[in-house]
Design a protein around this ligand. Structure first.
Ligand code: SF4
Ligand code: SF4
Length: 221
């Protein structure tokens, strides 16, 4: 590749990176956009002062900071400002929910078409790529010769939410949903999700489908 070609490639990569960042920007923590958070600078490789080497004053200082946050949060919890947004950071889960970023990967689900059939054609790519080996598929054929999974299970006790299955699927048939609740079980057997439990209507998943098209088209095509 000549220099001109390399430069064009670099510009394209930079453009892609910038637009990826703009996709992730609406990430919110509570009601505060992530770009409004100002992290404090960390002092590295600095000598401890005598005051710091005594430890006790620093422990007391830490306790004062913790107590101050505790009291402010408690006041905010007991007397929430009328109609105003809280300035404190704590999210009162589960009464309040976080605004999840578009890239969030919750439990994997299978896409169900409007007629109730699955988009999956049982090609087995997701089963093959899954690093946790948690997908099992058995393919079959409908009367109209269309392939479909007669058996599809996903072991949620093994899934590591990596999203490889979503990435590899040629039919946009398996997607990472935004569901993160109700996944814990007392019995591992209940975490073996059959096809019926995995199917979610494509209408519900439209936001994720749009996101996947946008993000993967950058890398693949
Ligand atoms: S998210 Fe990763 S671990 Fe979970 S089913 Fe998909 S490929 Fe397997
Ligand atoms: S990769 Fe997609 S189409 Fe292929 S078996 Fe998995 S979910 Fe079905």
């Amino acid at each position: 590749m000549n220099t001109l070609g390399i430069n064009e490639k670099k510009t394209e990569i930079n453009r892609n990176l910038q637009s990826s960042v703009s996709i992730l920007q609406p990430y919110m923590i509570g009601s505060i956009p992530i770009d409004k958070l100002k992290p404090k600078k960390v002092r590295k490789n600095t000598e401890l002062t005598l005051w710091e080497r005594l430890y006790i004053p620093e422990i007391v200082r830490g306790m004062v900071v913790t107590t101050r946050h505790f009291i402010f949060n408690m006041i905010g919890f007991v007397f929430p400002p009328n109609g105003k947004k809280r300035s404190i950071f704590t999210v009162y889960y589960p009464e309040e929910k976080l605004t999840l970023p578009d890239a969030y990967r919750g439990r994997p689900v299978l896409v169900m078409r409007e007629d109730g059939t699955e988009r999956c054609v049982a090609c087995g790519l997701c089963e093959k790529i899954c690093p946790a080996l948690c997908i099992s598929i058995l393919g079959g054929e409908r009367e109209n010769k269309e392939r479909y999974p007669t058996y599809y299970t996903l072991d949620m006790s093994l899934c590591v939410f990596c999203g490889f299955c979503e990435e590899v699927c040629p039919k946009e048939a398996i997607l990472m949903s935004d569901e993160y609740e109700g996944l814990a079980e007392y019995d591992r057997k209940n975490m073996l999700y059959p096809k019926e439990k995995l199917l979610v209507s494509e209408k519900k998943l439209q936001k994720r489908i749009d996101y996947v098209r946008k993000i993967y088209s950058k890398c693949n095509y």
